[in-house]
Design a protein around this ligand. Sequence first.
Ligand code: ZN
Length: 286
Amino acid sequence: MAACIPATVKQRFPELFQSFARLPDSRKPQGRQYGMKEIMTGGLSLFLFKSGSRNQLNNNRQSGHFEDHYRNLFGMKLPHQDTVSDVLRELDPAKLNQCRMDLMSGLFNQKCLRGYRLLDQYYTVAVDATGIVSYDSRHCEHCLTKKSKSGKVTYFHYVLEAKLVTKDGHALSLASEWIENNTGEFVKQDCERKAFVRLAAKLKKQYPRLPVCILADGLYPYENAFKICEDYGWKFIFVLQDKSLKTVREELTLTLRSKPVEEFFTVKKRLANHRRIQVSGRYSIP
Ligand SMILES: [Zn+2]
């Protein structure tokens, strides 16, 4: 029976299933019931069907006409999620990343994201960290740790993501970087700012000519983040919290006092290492 793969996938990601099929398979060829295309689509379906767990999807798989509908939709069989998990555990993340790059490059080539650019020029790329898992006991040697006031230690994993975001709510992942500790001894734990250095290098290497405007929260108005954006030729919009960059804020207040109720402003400031920064925006007093 012919598959009725959704039109958006056909139009925007025509190479999706071929790129899945090209991924290396760590299993021995004998006795394989499913190819990489089936395995990866099976993993993706966890998210497409908003399944709460692998077990839930396994149960759905056996109920009613689920399998028939799945086969009609994708033109392939749905593997057991334990098989999907076993294969994904052995898959080199770099290969999966290449798959993501190919899909995103396809979107850029189709020029369907151009209408979302800021000032018709810059792709807005939001950078932020998000928690993935946390445990009461050590899960692996790379876990970050946090000690509460009561002395209880929590072990957790964070990932820093760079996502191309659009005003109508699309969030398309461009690059990811784990925030995790190295093996052996270390003085300070890994953190979002350190991971940003690695993520930015990755993003620049993968998309060297992409005109980017980085969007980030109040953790980012600091010297190295400005330097990275400047070195890579990126624009940026960072949240300026009340306590950060005190001298810039003082200058802003003085500028605003001498201006009418609503005004565009630009403040230029030298930082300690003689680097210049420029803050621009619009301010209105209610
Ligand atoms: Zn861990």
